[in-house]
Design a protein around this ligand. Structure first.
Ligand SMILES: *Cc1c(COP(=O)(O)O)cnc(C)c1O
Length: 401
């Protein structure tokens, strides 16, 4: 099977499971190897002057220097481009660097930038510290704003940065409505699409210009590498590419290989994360010490209607808001958990429970959270084991009240 540079083979069946098994690899180019090997390299040697000059042409799909990628990089980029339905894609050394460099590519001093209030914390810190220092007017907006964002847009708004559902609090945004208004003033819509993965939200069908993933999460899927990707539509592609190249952004081939390998099983894994996530969330809703469960795939969630309209599935990450249980009981809860690790990141095969140490920073949201929040990542363990582990930890917490 051969692949078009940007879109995969035109004959590729549309079923995503089939795509995942075949995109971004060409055994005939690599001595029959099923997987594109790890290419390490800086210098790429041309045979003669003509080949050298051809390699420098702007439309050359292969790189002429290792910083711009190797065949390993191209395989991964092709695969992500196909899954996302974009024009092209770039790999970054972390999810955060994909977010920050994507923003940097589209802004200049004096611009106005709108960012969702429930954006990933470090992206918010970057906006507050770096963008403001560069003379960019940063404004946060209520994730539930929808088309009303028209009241915040200005002629100099260059970027609207969305993340749906949002970090920690999982508000689903009306991306098509936001994109429609943003485009009227010529702004670019950048989406952190990490929660949905490239499988469950198709950004370019909803008006997004640049779609970003922390590949560290479900794409790598095994908690053993950090990586980011940003895909762009045709309108945004050259701006994104130049922005990243001007900063010398590049990612190592070993991590990219791990991401390609993880990606092959992503659909199978996600079905389990999705199903177990809903089962555990439903169970936790019945716990007396749980105030609310923030998970857009639950029918009770305020974002459920939008999720149903725009998403094709759910991952295994959600938050529970506890009653005001106090420190000793909270501590007892965490020390009683046996299958859930306390740690940052998510999207691996293992379950995690993460306490939020202070209420999430929100300056524009209607709803605020003062009670303890615990973010839960449901891994690939047996769901009955996970439910019973949570159950006994809640019993222990209750005893410590
Ligand atoms: C984890 C995460 C990131 C950052 O990814 P890293 O690879 O850890 O830098 C960005 N956005 C979201 C929504 C995340 O959860």
């Amino acid at each position: 099977m051969s692949f078009d540079k940007n879109s995969g083979s035109p004959s590729m069946p549309a079923h995503v499971d089939t795509q995942l098994a075949h995109i971004g690899r060409e055994p005939s180019r690599f001595a029959g190897m099923v997987n594109t090997p790890v290419f390490r390299g800086s210098t790429i040697i041309a045979n003669n002057l003509e080949d050298w000059e051809a390699s420098r042409q702007i439309d050359n799909p292969m790189a002429n220097y290792g910083r711009f990628g190797t065949p390993t990089t191209r395989s991964f980029e092709q695969a992500i481009t196909t899954l996302e339905g974009g024009h092209n894609c770039l790999v970054f050394p972390s999810g955060l660097s994909a977010c920050t460099h994507s923003i940097m590519a589209f802004v200049k001093s004096g611009d106005h930038v709108l960012i969702t209030d429930s954006v990933y914390g470090p992206t918010r810190t970057f906006a507050d510290r770096v963008l403001r220092r560069m003379g960019i007017d940063v404004e946060f907006f209520d994730p539930l704003i929808g088309g009303e964002i028209r009241n915040l847009l200005r002629p100099n708004t260059s970027v609207v940065f969305v993340e749906s559902p949002g970090s920690w609090t999982f508000e689903v945004q009306d991306i098509p409505a936001i994109a429609e208004e943003a485009h009227k003033v010529g702004a670019y819509v950048l989406l952190d699409n990490t929660w949905a993965t490239p499988l469950f939200f198709k950004p370019f069908e909803h008006g997004v210009d640049v779609s970003i993933h922390a590949a560290t999460k479900y794409i790598v899927g095994h908690s053993d590498a950090l990586l980011g990707v940003a895909s762009a539509n045709e309108r945004a592609w050259c701006i994104l590419k130049h922005g990243a190249h001007d900063f010398g952004q590049t990612a190592g081939p070993d991590d990219i290989y791990l991401a390609l390998r993880g990606m092959r099983s992503m659909s199978v894994r996600l079905r389990q994360h999705w199903e177990s996530g809903i089962q555990l969330a439903e169970y936790l809703r019945t716990q007396p010490l749980v105030e609310s469960v923030l998970h857009p795939a639950l029918a009770s969630d305020p974002g459920h209607k939008l999720w149903q309209r725009d998403f094709l599935g759910a991952s295994g990450l959600f938050t529970i808001e506890l009653k005001e249980v106090g420190r000793p009981a909270l501590s007892k809860f965490f020390s009683s958990l046996e299958l859930f690790g306390i740690g940052l990141s998510w999207g691996g095969f293992e379950s995690l429970a993460l306490p939020l140490d202070k209420p999430p920073t929100r300056v524009a949201s209607r709803k605020s959270y003062q009670n303890p929040l615990v973010r839960i990542h449901v891994g690939l363990e047996n769901i009955e084991d996970l439910v019973s582990d949570m159950g006994q930890a809640f019993t222990q917490m209750e005893k410590a009240l």
